[in-house]
Structures are given as structure tokens and as C-alpha cells.
Design a protein around this ligand. Sequence first.
Ligand code: GLA
Length: 457
Amino acid sequence: MPFRGQDARHLPHRALRSILCRGVEVKRNDGNRPDRYPSRAPCMWYNAGAIARPGFSSIRSECSMTTTLLDQLVASSTNRFQELYGRKPRWLVAAPGRVNIIGEHIDYNDGFVLPMAIERYCVIAAGETPGNDATLFSVATDEEINISVAAPSRHATPGHWSNYVAGVLAGCIARKLRPAGFQAVIESSVPVGGGLSSSAAIEVATATLVEAMTGASIEPVEKALLCQRAEHEYAGVPCGIMDQFASVMCRADHLMLLDCRSRHVEHIPFGDPGVTVVIINTHVKHELANGEYSRRRDQCQSAARKLGLNSLRDATLDQLESQRNKLDLVETRRARHVLGEISRTVAAAAAIKASDWPRVGELMDASHDSLRDDYEVSCRELDLLVDLAREIGPPGGVIGSRMTGGGFGGCTVSLVETEKLDEVAQRLAKCYRDETDIEPSVLTSRPARGARVVRAG
Ligand code: GLA
């Protein structure tokens, strides 16, 4: 157990080494011989259900090098570009999705969040073309769209993927960064609708592409804010700043402690091979999600206003107690979540620095309870996965578990002892499937680095 105070010789490095050295056989559906992936950083999928990559059987584990996952995506988008446009792409860029370890529904309350980028990326392969159009091909939807790079307009269908690109192009143009006409293939391994910021990954990849094409660089905070604005104005989603900051700025093997008020970033080392981040997709997305998200924002703003504050970041628990009569019951509960979650996030960052895993686990558990009871953004499926993880608990290798992202579906995030990873993942997936008849996906990821230019002209 990688717990504080224990002799390091008991850490499960041996188990890890065996994963790292042996490679893992991956069964293919097409009957070919199993592929053998060399593996350094464990990165596994079990029973990937609806988002399984074609060609793989259901229960499987796949280990590969961090870079291999990105390399595969880069290779396949390059091939697609070549097939479609008859030449090699000149630029290749990548931006990751993210998972939030703790600090949920806190970014728009000016508090602290603690996400990491995941080894799942949006890759864009692009090449210039005469004229003023961006011709964008989405591998996910098998669809080609034209947008004017001089005056990018919104797609008629709300929520259409091209709106993220158009919004970022518009933001770049407003900063006098106007690319020439181009053709692009967009391919992503960030699950859509799972709360892992697939949209931020497209936005940040687009901004990174414009940087590569124009040779300019956008200051990271400005880049994240530009992408957030695209999401507000072109996709109509009133998100906070966490997702875009994570996709732009995260570092490999670090969590990112972001002060959403000052925008100060502290990178917290998170490289203990004995602890693995496990993300389980419930594969449900309840319809309430968007409306309830803005309602939560409004309730928090209203609570802050009634307390005479700009944001709940400035409130204290004493103040909340003594001025309770100013807030209605719902606002009190929302504020209680925000205040508690801000201190939990700061405490979790400190506990992670100290490798105090039992404390990290307690804080994650308390975060989930607060999101479920006070903030009311969980759902039956998320609660089920968290309850199942708690049943396993520290004796079975689960350090802590909670819902992650906006809620009402999407994913849970758990910290699991690497040595017990297989057992934990298989048990959670099986019990969830038995209870819901839904096939969950399980993915693990090391903290990845933020957006990058893979090939620059
Ligand atoms: C969504 C938003 C983020 C953040 C989370 C909740 O992912 O995009 O800005 O508010 O919900 O923590």
C-alpha cells in the first residue's frame, strides 16, 4: 500500500514493473494474431462498450506507451488527410481531454480546482489550400463542413462540433491571427459526452493549429480564455475556465492546482506508480445537464450577492451560518458545497504532495457526498459506481472515488492502488453492468501534458 509512513519497499512497484515489462496481449475481433504492445506507462481499457475502438474484443486490457496512444491518432489522422486531400498534412497538433480529481463546480465560483490532462487527445491534421475557407472533416461524424476563415459563422445545428472550431477561429481573428484557407481532418480519442472535455480539446487543438499556421504564439492564459469564450459564444455553454486551462497548461505526471480567481497555476507532482487514476464512464447523460448547470451558476451568484460578495470564494462557513436567513434553503446548500469543496481541494493538493493517500481518499469521498446531497448534480448511475468503489474501499485497493465533471451522468474518477487495478476495475464494471444493464468503459491515464504542435509545417 502506497500509504504515508510505510516502508517504500512495500510499494507495489513489482506489480507495476511486471505490467511495464511484459506488454499485454490484445485480442482482436478479426481473428488475427493478438497484437503485443510494448508498455511503459500503463494505459488500459476494459470493456470499452460504446466507445471501444473498432477491432478489439469487449473485455480486454491494452497497455501502451503514453506516446503510442498519441502516435496512433497522429498516424490515423495523417492517413485520413492523405486519402481525402491527396497529400501529406503540413501541420499536426494535439490537445488532450481532462479529468478533474477534485474541485467540482468551483471554477465559476473563483475557487480552486485540481484537474489533470488525460492521454486522450483531439488531433488535427491540416494543410493549406487556396481561398478563404476552412474545410473540416470530422472522423467521428464522417462529415465535411466548410467555414469561412474570414468570417466564421455558427452552424445551424446547436451543439454541432464545428461550432467549437468556428468560435476559436473567430477569437483568433479578433486577435489579428488569421490563418489562410486550409483543409483539416479532426480526429479525437476523448470520449464525447463523458464529461472529459472533448469540446475543450477541439477548441484548444484549433487554437494550437492557428498558432502553428501563423507562426504566432498566444499566451497560455489568453489561449485558454479565448477557447472558453468560443464555448460560451459559439456553443452556448456557460462553462467555467477549468477545462480549457487544463487542456492548454497541464504537465505530464502533474496535477494542476488552478486558482480560478488569480489564474495562478501550481503543478503538483503526481507520478507515484503505485497509484492509478481510474475513470469509469457510466454511459448515461441525463437531459437536465445543460439547464441545471446554468441554474447552479445562477444560484451561486445569487447566494454571493445576498451575502454582499462578488463570489462565494470570499464567503466563510461562519458567515454562511450567521447570515443564513438571507439565503433560501437551496442557496444555503449550494454555498455549503462550494465552501467545503474549495477547502477540500486545497487540502487534497497538500495531501497529495505528502503522499497521504488515506486523506486524499476521505476528501474525494466527502466531495462526492457534497455534490450528491448539497449540490444535487449526481445521478443514480454515478452514485452506484461510487458506492461500489466504497464497498471495495482501501482494503481492496480503492483509495477514493467520486463523480467528476459537470454531473448528471458522465464519469467517476477513482484513485486505485496499481497492484489491485485489474481486480478493482473488473469488479466495478461487472457490478455496474449487473445493476444497470449498461456496459461501462474503464480507462486509466497518467497525467498527460497539455496541447502541443506535433508537426509545424
Ligand atoms: C463542466 C464545465 C467546467 C466545470 C465543470 C464542473 O465540465 O465545463 O467549467 O464547471 O463542469 O466542475
